[in-house]
Design a protein around this ligand. Sequence first.
Ligand code: SF4
Length: 492
Amino acid sequence: MLTTNPFDRDDLGDDKLHEECGVFGLYGHADAAALTALGLHALQHRGQEAAGIVAAEGTQFHLHHAQGHVGDNFSTPAVMAPLRGNQAIGHNRYSTAGGAGLRNIQPFFADFSFGGFALAHNGNLTNARILRRQLVQRGCLFRSTSDTEVIIHLMATSLFGTPVERLVDALRQVEGAYSVVAMAEGQVIGIRDPLGVRPLVLGRLGDAHVLASETCALDIIGADFVREVEPGELVVLDGRGVTSLRPFNSGQSRFCVFEHIYFSRPDSMAEGKSVYERRKNIGAELARESHVEADVVIPVPDSGVPAALGYASEAGIPFEIGIIRNHYVGRTFIEPTDQIRHLGVKLKHNANRAFIEGKRVVLVDDSIVRGTTSKKIVEMVRAAGAKEVHLRISSPPTTHSCFYGVDTPERSKLLASSNSVEQMAALIGADSLAFVSIDGLYRAMGHPARDTAKPAFCDACFTGDYPIRLADHDSGAGEGGSVSMLADRKAS
Ligand code: SF4
């Protein structure tokens, strides 16, 4: 029996999990703000709703926030000229519904007794609601509904003196996943949470030092990759170079495995490995685990391409670009209005009929969330004349919500949370459906299998094994990190 039918609801969205933020910081360059804008542009895939940059020259801090893409908002002299100084931090934001107000755009800035301080964060604090209530009871006035502001108030109420001491004191009280870039007079600070769930890398551009969510943001400014900021490490970039502190060292790493599967750009390096290569490895594992006789392997663009290449190569089946993606679909068209609802997925994708007609097709995608887009793409490929459509997914079934900074539907909306693989294949309309196994995923990452006692990654959205306590959720604050903050937004 089918327990969930997500297709009752029409959805023209792209049905992907979304990374909620990208961060960038730089110390020691006269063009700090312009380089930060370029870095954020390279990280645009991590958040498209809004962006912000704070630059500093001595004690003077200059800030610009805007909704929309970096290139549209940080390209004119009128915006860039006032962002003076040799140090800057920036942030790209992907916000959930209803949370895209200007007051929630990061970096946040506050005047402390020690001077100005700016902070931006990628991740999600899993006890933010509890801390926020406590802070409000103590008289703190919040100006935003973002969990990041909790860190600012914890710093403001700290009894320590220096910016770094106060920041460490604040972060000792929070739980969750965070990669933070922050800035005080004369220093830029970077921190990863004790398990290093979200990425943060360190680079060098001449005498300047750089922090970024991914290495692709170093490439765009011509900076050299130095190393990853380690889980639980805090680095201070200042006139003396880079100082490393270990205030939160857990001795473990639980990097988000979905960064390798989908979030990070394929031209980035993560954990010392090419993201593109790892995606090809997953595709090859998938081909070994779930081979099917077929005539052509077709990726669901763009994110399914590397895994499809790996699958085709391993299976010895020709690879073709059988679906063309329209890159110019704007937000307006994604709104499901009655006038365009019937156009469905064709707004974004079209079948390349000449390479599909009469063929047995293996379609490769990176994940199934609600399944809405998968169903429409399978229908589209069949309508283009495919004899058979076999769907192969380069991640295990997404059965659980993410609470660590990724926009996820609540668990009941995840197709795999309440349907077997056979049920999902029937709902989607595929002749067969297979996901890479969790051990196959680990093999593609260079591990013999998933070590259940000590997994190398956060893989909670596939296993339900959450490596960081979910204090807000367990206290009844709602399901999904994004959803719990949405509740805050509604209440505010
Ligand atoms: Fe990444 Fe999934 Fe863990 Fe979230 S739950 S951090 S998406 S692996």
